[in-house]
Design a protein around this ligand. Structure first.
Ligand SMILES: NC(=O)C1=CN([C@@H]2O[C@H](COP(=O)(O)OP(=O)(O)OC[C@H]3O[C@@H](n4cnc5c(N)ncnc54)[C@H](OP(=O)(O)O)[C@@H]3O)[C@@H](O)[C@H]2O)C=CC1
Ligand SMILES: N[C@@H](CC=O)C(=O)O
Ligand code: NA
Length: 383
């Protein structure tokens, strides 16, 4: 770690101080890296410390932000302050976005163009509007008025939380035989991509007929910090669809092989029709009304010697691509039934070089500690 001398300190603005953001603050404060906290913000307030002298202990920052006179969150002000700081002392400045906000995601190009790096577990920018994504990966090459070279982004925690999924796929693609393969060397990626849905079905399949109800397990997944801010975003398959879109866009040549040239996942939804537009609070309150429907599915699967698992698949065959997110039955002897625990993700990369036995990554795929760890590991890539 000698390369991390004080002269290499980086300035970090932490936007989003919920489950993941709080845990990241803890890791930033406790770990021995030369990282200055240049700003903190939630949806309402923002504190700037761009003189670079800030030092917090773990409770002070929350108290400071709660103070009534803290100014409103303003991303333009934040970008200008970080840009000026990076320019003034030639150290790197980073926006860490721990929100699930599209507003913050839409602002990334302006931060990158101003020479500010972006690190985030927020999936929105990489799975939403294709033109935004192209602006992120292509960039304007401009310096956004600061004269600094364009910033770079890291998003490891957007898929599999802290598990090395994005970096592994990048390595597989970058080392593929580009001359003869349209797809890097990756043929198929499949697995369980949702920590929430993994936890729910791992627990639920233990308790056939008489075990805990579906809604009570969802409640625990939320309390454990696995769910999205609105748990309906997990149960309707949107979160898995976003992760599949992020990975699909990293695969050269896949988009051209999909109908209409873009990723359009139609995930199986587990959200009852009546709760489709419910806010998070109403959603959780009313979910127990629908426990019977999913219990019936679970018990039917059990009668066939199977369990339910929510899986995602990205595949190319004969020049055609497909991307799917769906609820499937697996025999109780299948790896998806026997080897998963808690919020585990399991992701298999089928590639030419890995032949008949896929490269497999498994472990906790949701939770504040492992997600913040992925964010922290991205920050360390900037040193
Ligand atoms: N939890 C997990 O296991 C994983 C989470 N992620 C991703 O991490 C991100 C954060 O998740 P989590 O911590 O659980 O979410 P929370 O809902 O707990 O926290 C979100 C935070 O973002 C703030 N926020 C929302 N909108 C804005 C805005 N426009 N400007 C500034 N701040 C804003 C909220 O402020 P306020 O408090 O004022 O509402 C809150 O502090 C999400 O994108 C999620 O998908 C990724 C992988 C795993
Ligand atoms: N809600 C997500 C969190 C991580 O991306 C999940 O359950 O997987
Ligand atoms: Na990851």
């Amino acid at each position: 770690m000698s390369r991390l001398g004080p002269e290499k300190a980086i300035h970090v603005a932490v936007v989003g101080l919920g489950g993941v953001g709080k845990e990241l603050m803890k890791q930033l404060i406790e770990l021995p890296y030369p990282i200055n906290i240049a700003a903190i913000s939630n949806s309402r307030k923002m504190l700037l410390f761009t003189d670079g002298t800030t030092s917090f202990n773990s409770s002070q920052w929350a108290t400071a932000l709660d103070a009534a006179d803290a100014p409103d969150t303003n991303l333009d002000v934040l970008r200008d302050a970080l840009g000026a700081l990076a320019k003034r002392n030639t150290n790197k400045a980073v926006l860490v976005d721990n929100t699930s906000s599209e507003v913050v995601a839409n602002a990334y190009p302006k931060f990158l163009d101003a020479g500010i790096h972006v690190v985030t577990p927020n999936k929105k920018a990489f799975s939403g509007d294709l033109s935004l994504y192209k602006r992120l990966i292509g960039g304007s090459g401009g310096s956004g008025g600061t004269g600094l070279p364009r910033g770079v982004f890291y998003n490891e925690s957007t898929v599999g939380a802290g598990l090395p999924i994005i970096s592994t796929l990048k390595d597989l693609v970058d080392t593929g035989d580009k001359a003869c393969l349209f797809f890097g060397q990756v043929k198929k990626i499949e697995g369980v991509f949702s920590g929430t849905l993994s936890y729910i079905f791992n627990e639920y399949s233990k308790g056939e007929e008489g075990g805990p109800s579906f809604s009570s397990i969802v409640e625990i997944a939320k309390a454990n910090g696995y769910t999205e801010p609105h748990p309906g975003d997990d149960l309707n398959g949107a979160d898995v669809a976003r992760k599949l879109t992020i990975l699909s866009r990293m695969l050269p040549g896949l988009l051209e092989r999909l109908p209409n040239g873009h990723v359009d996942v139609q995930p199986t939804s587990l959200v009852p029709e009546a709760l489709r537009d419910a806010n998070a609070q109403e959603f959780m309150q009313r979910l127990p009304e629908f426990d019977y429907d999913i219990a019936h599915k679970r018990d039917e699967a059990a009668r066939r010697g199977s369990v339910l698992r929510y899986v995602g698949v990205i595949e190319v065959s004969e020049g055609q691509g497909k991307v799917e997110a769906k609820l499937e039955e697996y025999p109780k002897t299948h790896a998806f039934a026997t080897s998963l625990q808690g919020s585990d993700n399991i992701i298999m990369f089928h590639t030419e070089r890995y032949g008949g036995r896929p490269l497999l990554i498994q472990g906790a795929g949701a939770g504040n500690a492992v997600t913040a760890m992925g964010v922290m590991s991205d920050l360390l890539k900037l040193f």
